[in-house]
Ligand binder design. Structure first.
Ligand SMILES: [Zn+2]
Length: 136
């Protein structure tokens, strides 16, 4: 029963995700940080590392050409830890991390989008993939 329910949920989520390649608007809580990102939300990661779990981050990764900063890209507070591969960028006014910039293991530059900060996204309709960042 639970397996069938899970499969049904996966198929439903896959259908939704296949339909949703579009440009989303996102940003922080107070409105100082605003951006646009083009993504299909195909892979949303629920990372269990100490940072992501404390912040409740749900992340999807895009290449920098899919990301356009509209406001507040300057003056962000930069937080780094562990191997310092990712710049966690916090709004200096409201403290929200709506996106981050980092380098993938293959050296490509990536932007990590906090999907909780995107407008018109029903987070509950997504099927986040567990990511074991705690052991990295
Ligand atoms: Zn803010």
């Amino acid at each position: 029963m639970s397996v069938l329910r899970h499969m049904g949920k996966s198929m439903e989520a896959t259908e939704i995700r296949m339909l949703e390649t579009r440009t989303y608007t996102g940003g922080c809580h107070c409105g100082r940080v605003r951006y646009e990102v083009t993504t299909d939300l195909a892979t949303v990661m629920d990372c269990n590392c100490t940072h992501c779990s404390k912040r409740g981050l749900l992340l999807t990764f895009v290449t920098p050409d899919k990301f356009t900063a509209l406001a507040g890209d300057d003056g962000l507070q930069d937080y780094q830890f562990n191997k310092k591969m990712i710049h966690h960028l916090l709004c200096p006014t409201c403290g929200i991390e709506s996106f981050a910039r980092g380098t993938a293991p293959d050296g490509r530059r990536m932007v990590a989008i906090n999907v909780r900060c995107l407008e018109d996204v029903d987070v509950k309709s997504l099927l986040p993939v567990p990511f074991n960042g705690r052991d990295m």
